[in-house]
Design a protein around this ligand. Structure first.
Ligand SMILES: [Zn+2]
Length: 92
């Protein structure tokens, strides 16, 4: 494989990983941005060790909490403050 083909293969791999992560997360980029804004607006500076705010947001957005929680856990978020670190576009 020459350098250009290798670079293209790497880019394709990263793109695929991003798509898989978004799929696993189960939220659109707009929804994730909206959720993070919600968390910041409600001051998630202290770790609650729970998804209290995220849960409220999901209920408000009419999303199934089980799906949302599963998606967030798949991206290594286990509480409200960790949701702020979820970013499928840069995590790879
Ligand atoms: Zn936390």
């Amino acid at each position: 494989m020459d350098a250009r083909a290798r670079k293209a293969a790497k880019a394709a791999y990263r793109q695929r990983r991003r798509e898989e992560d978004w799929q696993a997360l189960g939220l659109t980029p707009d929804q994730l941005a909206d959720l993070k804004q919600f968390l910041e607006d409600h001051g998630v500076d202290e770790c609650s060790d729970a998804f209290d705010l995220t849960r409220a947001w999901a209920a408000d957005a009419g999303l199934d909490w089980g799906d949302v929680e599963r998606g967030l856990r798949s991206q290594a978020a286990f509480c409200d403050c960790e949701v702020l670190t979820v970013d499928p576009d840069t995590s790879n």
